[in-house]
Design a protein around this ligand. Structure first.
Ligand code: HEM
Length: 220
């Protein structure tokens, strides 16, 4: 891009948010659901980053705002139709499909971290501990645990959930489901980024690092 004029698109907060999210989500995913310290801290970083991003979507710079990249469903579908024909218009900010993906990612990350917080709270950790902690002192006390939410490993080991409604606890299932759903979204997101980069002969990943893109030309 040397010698070519570029314009500022992604502000520093967006770029720091993005690459923090990539690192923290990857770390949280790889450390699994075992509530290890690393998993929990990485989860907090993801949740904090997403909350900051939500506020920035309302008050941030032009291309950071939801109003800049949340389009009507008909516009998203029209964009996807164009994409099938490999003939999409170029956007400076997120394109309609990319914007829809951003919203999906943020929602999925919120549900993943939210269910993580509830699970952790049930084990006596985090901000929800006071509300949710059930920490059974004796095996009998375990029945006081809202099993739908937190079927414990011990409960499972004794076959307590066989064919029952308590399998693994709904919250744990939801947490795992949304972690995997987010991962699937991430793969689609990365495929979209590379496809769009090819179609418009620009390096979108580099733009997410530098914050800059070539300006829209008259025919774009
Ligand atoms: C190495 C892998 C990744 C690459 C190369 C990448 C690249 C990008 C690029 C280029 C954009 C801007 C797209 C555009 O021009 O419209 C973007 C946006 C975004 N990506 Fe990624 N991404 C990666 C991984 C992830 C992961 C793992 C997550 C979430 C867990 C994620 C979430 C997001 C979000 C939320 C945005 C919107 C940024 C904003 O407006 O705040 N990305 N990504």
């Amino acid at each position: 891009m040397s010698g070519q004029t570029t314009v500022k698109v992604w502000d520093p907060l967006i770029r720091i948010f993005h690459w923090t999210l990539v690192a923290a989500f990857t770390l949280a995913y790889l450390t699994g659901d075992e509530m290890t310290d690393v998993h929990t801290i990485a989860g907090y970083v993801v949740a904090g980053a997403v909350l900051v991003r939500l506020v920035w979507g309302l008050v941030g710079t032009r291309h950071a705002r939801f109003s800049d990249f949340v389009y009507r469903p008909s516009k998203v579908l029209a964009y996807l139709r164009d994409l099938l024909m490999l003939r999409t218009p170029r956007y400076l900010g997120h394109n309609p499909a990319g914007g829809f993906m951003v919203v999906l990612l943020l929602i999925s990350l919120l549900v993943t971290t939210g269910t993580g917080l509830v699970l952790y709270g049930g084990k006596g950790g985090g901000p929800l501990a006071g509300l949710l902690a059930t920490a059974p002192a004796t095996p009998d006390a375990q029945t006081a645990t809202p099993a739908l939410i937190y079927a414990s490993d011990e409960h499972e080991e004794h076959g307590g959930n066989e064919g029952g409604e308590h399998e693994g606890g709904i919250i744990k299932d939801l947490h795992e489901f949304f972690a995997n759903f987010t991962l699937a979204l991430v793969f689609a997101h990365i495929a979209g980024v590379f496809l769009d980069s090819l179609l418009h002969r620009e390096n979108l990943t580099r733009a997410m690092l530098t914050g800059r893109k070539r300006p829209l030309s008259g025919d774009e």
